[in-house]
Design a protein around this ligand. Structure first.
Ligand code: ADP
Ligand code: MG
Length: 365
């Protein structure tokens, strides 16, 4: 703890530190809650940034500063879109930098802790889903004035479906881990859908959908709620970069509307919860229909299928190369994850008509 305190002290903080404790249930960075006294002084969130995933911390920090400063200006300037929405603030170090590079090679940063906030790992009910959708709608609205091309592409080609499919096909041909025989059905599943899954990329290339600021980790526990269960902020801004908003919407649905775990072994449990889907879409479109283009709105339901496909494809590819990227808990874990995603995609295909109707209705309201 002493080490952590001395790291926190390298930032310009208010108050006196009384404790530093592990915090949150994120899977990427290591987060610690820094408590201070007196009561009036803010608490802080200290994070050791995962520099194996994020290779360029200065670029990443640059993106976060640009986006948070812009949102702060918007919140001050405009007829406020929300009375309660807040933006987290990166705290400057005494050195003038917004991160610290320690002797062991670790990168550290500090945010103000949003007072009285909490987050949920699981979307427990439609009210929370509605709030979550609204929060990401507000986030996109408040960042829509930023020229997305001024942001660094933190994870290049992250959603590039053409590349993901060609990597998959090369891996199938090489069969490096000798696991091909057990995935014949899954390969057929991927190939049967590979053409249609280029849709978003093509819309972008043809100029029907704009490149915007996107979050790229729209998991539910990256939304902060207040004690009345109103969503008040969005955190985890490491992957903010230029992209298509469809990816953010689709991934929120993939992770937030699945009735089972991402790696559920019992495929009978996997399904999309249309109540959660409707509530999230309602919250989101209540804000986003003001600025989304028609081709974005008409592909929202499809984006949920797309994100489920591409992550399933990445799990399957990782299984075939011998589990290099995603950490596994047991042999075959990545295959189990891929199968659960493909089952979820099948369920979405079965219910695609009602999903589209829900979007159409919410877009017109
Ligand atoms: N500034 C903040 N104020 C309050 N809670 C926060 C703040 N930043 C992060 N958290 C909490 O800590 C958790 C982990 O932080 P996050 O930045 O999402 O890291 P990871 O990349 O590891 O997911 C979040 O899910 C949220 O609950
Ligand atoms: Mg997180």
């Amino acid at each position: 703890m002493n080490d952590l305190i001395s790291i926190a002290r390298q930032f310009i903080i208010e108050g006196t530190i009384v404790s530093v404790k592990p915090f949150g249930s994120g899977h990427i960075n290591d987060s610690f809650l820094v408590k201070t006294l007196p009561e009036a002084a803010p608490d802080y969130v200290l994070q050791r940034i995962n520099h194996t995933i994020f290779r360029n911390i200065p670029d990443l920090t640059d993106n976060i500063l640009k986006v948070t400063q812009h949102i702060r200006q918007q919140l001050h300037a405009s007829e406020s879109i929300s009375d309660t929405f807040q933006v987290i603030r990166l705290i400057q170090a005494h050195s003038g930098s917004f991160f610290i590079h320690d002797e062991e090679g670790n990168f550290w940063r500090l945010y103000n802790h949003v007072r009285g906030s909490k987050s949920y790992d699981i979307v427990a009910n439609p009210d929370l889903a509605y709030e979550g959708g609204k929060a990401f709608g507000i986030f996109q609205y408040l960042t829509s004035g930023i020229d997305a091309s001024s942001l660094h592409e933190i994870l290049p080609d992250f959603h590039n479906i053409a590349k993901r499919i060609s990597t998959f096909r090369e891996t199938v041909l090489r069969n490096p881990a000798g696991r091909l025989n057990e995935v014949i059905n899954e390969i057929a599943f991927v190939e049967a859908r590979s053409e249609q899954m280029h849709a978003i990329m093509r819309l972008g290339e043809q100029g029907y959908i704009p490149v915007r600021v996107t979050h790229n980790d729209t998991k539910f526990n990256n939304i902060l709620f207040n004690q009345d269960n109103k969503a008040i902020s969005i955190v985890d801004l490491d992957t903010v970069m230029p992209g298509y908003v469809l990816y953010d919407f689709g991934d929120a649905i993939r992770t937030g509307s699945n009735m089972a775990a991402e790696d559920e072994a019992d495929l009978a449990k996997v399904n999309i919860d249309l109540h959660l889907f409707e509530a999230y879409s309602k919250g989101y479109l209540g804000i986003a229909r003001k600025f989304l283009h028609p081709a974005e709105i008409s592909h929202l339901a499809f984006s949920a299928k797309f994100m489920t496909y591409i992550i399933g494809l990445r799990f399957l590819t990782d299984h075939l190369v011998g589990d290099r990227y995603f950490k596994i808990g047991f042999p075959g874990h990545n295959l189990q994850r891929a199968r659960a995603q493909f089952k979820l995609l099948e369920r979405m295909e079965e219910q695609f008509f009602p999903m589209q109707e829900i979007i159409r209705k919410q877009a017109m309201n």
